[in-house]
Design a protein around this ligand. Structure first.
Ligand code: SAM
Length: 236
């Protein structure tokens, strides 16, 4: 995880110093007043909390969802480690049925998701979902698409994350996990995890390859985006 002060996809407003929050606006589509464009407003916090900042991986995954929007219409989506939830909010805006999730213990992050959904006039379910924990609520989920932006940053959590991903993929045949992450060791890490968990990559992209230049210029790093499915499904 690498923060980027000049949030490439958003235009920040001056922070309200009392509660340390700031509002950023994120634009998708043509900026020439075309009908085929949306914007999402996000509440971020200056306080140190991973879940209250729009990370670069999130800008990249949200742009990918936007560019693939026809694929998301009427589809059930779960975003894991959603934090400020930009990809999930874009998915909801283009017609997906979205559940935004984050660590069950991070109530401030979950509250912020509700506030941001309301702010954007978007109906999303918000749910505490801690990776590797099997609370009752996870059994009700049947996502066709699982999203995760910058959820591969703490190696001690990788197995719990992949256990949750595998569980959700198995619950919903034909489903896919789409994640964007900072690539520090080639594709080896992801490959290792996929083999270990019986998963397979069906698409691997350089995160900057599809990002409009005006967004890319504000971001840095080596960010990849992968689509992952159950390996036995990929063989068919
Ligand atoms: C680097 S932030 C990314 C946030 C957001 N997806 C983005 O890219 O802007 C990682 C997110 O994962 C969440 N997270 C960390 N560990 C978690 C766990 N064990 N279970 C569920 N969520 C977790 C954090 O609360 C945080 O929102």
């Amino acid at each position: 995880m690498e923060a980027n002060n000049s949030d490439g996809g958003g235009s920040p407003e001056t922070p309200a110093t009392e509660n340390m929050t700031t509002i950023s606006h994120h634009y998708f589509g043509e900026s020439n007043g075309s009908d085929d464009a949306i914007s999402i407003t996000v509440i971020e916090s200056m306080k140190e909390d991973y879940g209250l900042f729009v990370w670069p991986c999130s800008i990249i995954l949200a742009e990918y969802v936007w560019q693939q929007r026809s694929r998301f219409q009427g589809v059930s989506v779960v975003e894991l480690g959603a934090g400020t939830s930009l990809p999930g909010l874009v998915a909801a805006k283009v017609g997906a049925d979205v559940v935004l999730t984050d660590d069950s213990d991070r109530l401030e992050v979950l509250d912020n998701m509700r506030r941001v959904s309301e702010l954007n006039n978007i109906k999303c379910e918000v749910m505490g979902l801690t990776w590797g924990v099997w609370d009752e609520s996870i059994f009700s989920l049947r996502p066709q698409v699982i999203l995760g932006a910058d959820v591969l940053y703490d190696s001690s959590a990788f197995d719990n994350l992949f256990a949750t991903v595998k569980f959700l993929l198995e619950k919903s045949p034909g489903s896919v996990f789409i994640t964007s992450y900072h690539n520090r060791s080639g594709h080896h890490l992801i490959e290792f995890l996929m083999v270990k968990w019986g998963l397979k990559c069906v698409k691997l992209l350089d995160g900057f390859s599809f990002l409009p230049s005006w967004k890319a210029s504000g971001l840095s790093g080596n960010i990849q985006l992968v689509e992952i499915v159950l390996s036995d499904v990929a063989k068919n």
